[in-house]
Design a protein around this ligand. Structure first.
Ligand code: NDP
Ligand code: MG
Length: 381
């Protein structure tokens, strides 16, 4: 029996994690956390009987407490509650599947409490990788990637026998606007951007896939997870989402991980690593696939790609500015306040306006995030 703490249980990754718990029967849920969706959280609490639940929103936490008063469950709220949920004593492994930088503190506290981390929340590693990676070593815990590309790379590295990675080929589906020109991007709607061709995911990451900011964040995530230089990470568009990423070694051999697009595979692999369990679902049928194609992304249209490499190389607080500006802009785009091209423009604006800090501490990261919001709220985009 393995016990997990699950942050973001009502989201896309969270609900798929709970499907695995339901199917496998030897995982126990110690804690759940969500922001506002207490209807689903109540159902999950009744089914999985965690000892602790965090409802981040204080008002809804009060309501939730009344709703589950017939159960033996501690209900907490706010950042302190989220930290308590991430580091609850009985959990061996914490799954940060919240969206955005809100995941940094709870992830750090889970590491401090000695938990292994099955990380979906890439924004945490992008903005605080320089703090998190040394902590992983210091506390002797495992950092297991859940993001499908990084799980693929991790799987390709099993059996590497100490050999150096020469290059990572990070695959991208290209999103709903693959092949679009700049002019075409100016006219796209929220509904267009939310229509991902291959993956069903939360709204924020779906927009990130449409701008390819997601791939930019994943370049930085790969840099931290696998200690690979930015010049050795190349993005390849693989529109069918069959190749989930590839690792090239010094002798030119390229190892790839292939599969149907199903996030339950990387989630389950992280939860049971190094064991591979049966996972129900479709299998690849090579006789039906026909072709697996690859192409180059257009850096002039999807400017976030080159920007992310520049920002990643710069390090310090630059990835925080990149990420926070994107979080701000995606929320504004989804709220109908700005157009699609303004998302990348907001990132560029913030990068030139917010002061750079080398090796920022956690308070400095959070202060940089606040400054980004302040700067962008005063801009006309
Ligand atoms: P969703 O938007 O579907 O879910 C987000 C979850 O986080 C919800 O449960 C939400 O609760 C919760 N949440 C948000 N803010 C808070 C908060 N302040 N306190 C507690 N809980 C909070 O996102 P996804 O599942 O798509 O993505 C989660 C993370 O995983 C992201 O970092 C994303 O980049 C990454 N990821 C996702 C993939 C996918 O396939 N979806 C693939 C690879 C990575 P509520 O429902 O109450 O709002
Ligand atoms: Mg991914």
């Amino acid at each position: 029996m393995k016990t997990i703490a699950l942050l973001g249980s009502t989201g896309s990754i969270g609900t798929q994690t709970l499907e695995i718990v339901r199917e496998q029967r030897d995982l126990r849920v110690a804690s759940l956390a969500a922001h506002r969706n207490i209807d689903l959280l109540e159902k999950q609490t009744r089914e999985f009987l965690p000892e602790l639940v965090c409802v981040y929103d204080e008002e809804r936490a009060k309501d939730f407490r009344t709703r589950v008063s017939d159960l033996f469950v501690k209900v907490v709220s706010g950042m302190e509650g989220l930290v308590e949920a991430s580091s609850v004593e009985s959990a061996e492994i914490t799954v940060p599947a919240v969206v955005g930088m809100i995941g940094i503190r709870p992830t750090m506290e889970a590491i401090r409490a000695g938990k292994d981390i099955a990380l979906a929340n890439k924004e945490t590693l992008v903005t605080a990788g320089h703090l998190i990676m040394p902590m992983i070593r210091e506390y002797g815990v495992r950092l297991l990637p859940v993001d499908s590309e990084h799980s693929a790379i991790f799987q390709c590295l099993q059996g590497r026998a100490g050999n150096r990675i020469a290059k990572i080929h990070l695959t991208a589906s290209g999103g709903p606007f693959r092949g679009f020109s700049k002019e075409q991007l100016e006219k796209v709607t929220i509904a267009d951007a939310l229509r991902h061709p291959n993956w069903s995911m939360g709204r924020k990451i779906t927009i990130d896939s449409a701008t390819m900011v997601n791939k930019g964040l994943e370049i930085m995530e790969a840099h931290w997870l696998f200690d690979v230089d930015y010049d050795d990470i190349e993005v390849v568009v693989q529109p069918q989402s069959i190749i989930h990423s590839m690792v090239e070694f010094e002798d030119g051999a390229v190892i790839a991980q292939l599969g149907t697009p199903d996030m339950k595979l990387p989630i389950q692999y992280a939860l049971y690593y190094p064991e591979r369990r049966f996972l129900p679902g479709k299998r690849l049928d090579f006789s039906a696939i026909g072709a697996i194609t690859v192409e180059k992304p257009d850096p002039m249209v999807f400017r976030a790609l080159d920007l992310s490499v520049r920002v990643g190389k710069q390090g310090g607080s630059a990835p925080t500015v990149f990420n926070a500006a994107n979080e701000w802009a995606v929320a504004k785009f989804l709220g109908g306040e700005i157009g699609f091209p303004a998302i990348t423009e907001a990132v560029e604006t913030a990068l030139s306006a917010v002061p750079f800090i080398d090796n920022p501490s956690l308070p400095e990261i959070l202060e940089t995030e606040r400054l980004v919001y302040e700067v962008l709220n005063c801009q006309r985009l």
